[in-house]
Design a protein around this ligand. Structure first.
Ligand SMILES: COc1nc(N)nc2c1ncn2[C@H]1C[C@H](O)[C@@H](COP(=O)(O)OP(=O)(O)OP(=O)(O)O)O1
Length: 164
């Protein structure tokens, strides 16, 4: 299994109805999951920690800078793909509300802010609906979510992420 880090940046926005929290996602332009909305992220490079990769991927994919110390772990999830083992991965998810820089598009991602209570879950990976809202609400999530032949999650195990 390869390892990935994925980051869900948040911001507070004033609206006529009051303050609301928004989450930065982006439509993926290349690679695994093209066309889906994902948090900025990607594979750990040799020698990198999950935090190192999170900082680097946010910079590369969005132009934003997040400090390692501002990243808050929110989930560790193993994704075995039963029919496509080369896609199997362990994902380290983080959130951060402090970051700097100018948001920009990249070759990999078209970034877009979404209200926390209106995440585009049907246009994300199928696992997102099972854990992301809870994790962004403050619950640390550890799980193994197994993908079957299609895009569906066919088994779930809650607890420490199981690696194969
Ligand atoms: C709910 O969100 C996600 N669920 C699942 N199952 N997988 C996700 C989610 N968000 C991101 N991912 C996966 C999809 C990919 O396997 C990685 C990101 O990989 P990417 O190909 O972008 O990796 P990079 O290192 O940036 O790219 P290259 O090495 O191909 O240049 O995360």
């Amino acid at each position: 299994m390869f390892e990935v880090s994925v980051v869900y940046l948040t911001r507070e926005v004033a609206t006529a109805e009051g303050a609301r929290t928004e989450v930065l996602l982006g439509r993926k332009r290349t690679g695994l999951g093209t066309g889906r909305f994902v948090g900025p992220g990607g594979k750990l490079e040799p020698g990198e920690t999950a935090v190192d990769a999170a900082v680097r991927e946010v910079r590369e994919e969005t132009g934003l800078e997040v400090a390692a110390g501002d990243l808050v772990p929110i989930a560790e999830i193993a994704y075995p793909f039963v029919d496509r083992p080369q896609w199997s991965q362990v994902s380290w998810a983080f959130t951060a509300s402090r970051f700097s820089g100018e948001l920009r598009e990249s070759d990999e991602l078209e970034p877009q802010w979404f209200a926390l209570d209106a995440l585009p879950l049907s246009r994300m990976w199928a696992d997102a609906a099972r854990w992301l809202p809870r994790a962004l609400a403050g619950e640390y999530v550890a799980a193994t979510l197994t993908f079957g032949a299609g895009d569906a999650v066919v088994a779930e195990h809650w607890g420490a992420a199981l690696r194969s």
